[in-house]
Design a binder for this molecule. Sequence first.
Ligand code: NAP
Ligand code: COA
Length: 267
Amino acid sequence: MTFSKDALAGRVAIITGGGSGIGFGIAKAFASASAKLVLASRNEERLQGAVEEITEMGGEAIAVQADVRDYDSVARVVQTAVETYGGVDVMIANAAGNFVVPAADMSPNAWKTVIDIDLNGTFYCARAAYPALKESEFGGRFIAISTTRALEGWPGCAHAGAAKAGIMSLIRTLTGEWGKDGIRCNTIAPGAIGDTEGVKRIYEDAGRKANELSSIPLGEFGKTTDIANAAVFLCSDAGAYVAGADLVVDGGRNRGRASPIVSVPGK
Ligand code: NAP
Ligand code: COA
């Protein structure tokens, strides 16, 4: 299923971590819906590959190297977008880092690194993009990619769970402060999305894949297109009245965790 070719026509979108996984999935869907793209992350070579793929499919995109832990670096991404395309209508804070380590073994720097990328990086994206988003003729959109695991305990990922929960709180505050400027702030909370670095690290390499799969009522991992479709919806005119939401896209895991049907003796 795809949206109409002009669903995001005229919009300029920045996507951090837009060169891989979920971020690249969003980039391709946005290009198909006619948005102009600015992809930002640390690995310039990978970003250039993503830009080439988008150009080959008829889209328009540029790459800007940036580390979201550095506010000036994020501000340069926004400045480049404004200089290249004339403004910014959408900022998607998707960049993140995560790895499995029990809290008792987690070094202070391991904790700080993930908080810096996920939570501080998301605030820097919001703060740097605000003046441009405020000027958007479509009503600016700020989207942070969270996770359903932020809503529960997340053994092995204390740093990422706390960061993503902080992001959810931040979105609620920004919704209250920036609604008057026409800026719609939302999170998308994915469940486990297949063929991504996230699922590889957190479920496959950690030996938790079968367990995780069995807890998903729809019985399979999601696809990057599932998250991309949610993002196109929120950033199109169809999503104009959605603000302060956590759009959960997880095959039902969070609300209806699957469990085997137990047969009751005598019935
Ligand atoms: P991924 O491909 O590894 O995406 C992470 C991206 O963030 C990469 O493109 C990486 O690019 C960028 N990045 C990391 N550190 C950065 C930094 N300091 N500055 C700038 N960019 C940085 O993994 P993914 O699984 O698609 O994850 C994407 C998002 O979805 C994350 O927010 C993640 O928490 C969320 N999520 C994923 C799942 C899942 O099942 N995969 C589930 C829930 C939520 P560079 O290496 O080039 O910097
Ligand atoms: N287990 C325990 N600690 C770990 C770790 C692991 N698997 N990986 C990194 N760390 C620790 C390091 O030991 C270091 O702490 P120390 O100084 O006390 O030794 C700290 O975390 C920072 O690691 P470093 O490798 O210097 O960070 P970086 O800035 O180069 O990279 C990461 C950031 C660690 C988040 C890296 O995994 C990354 O770039 N991730 C992006 C992709 C990703 O995570 N995708 C999934 C998204 S859900």
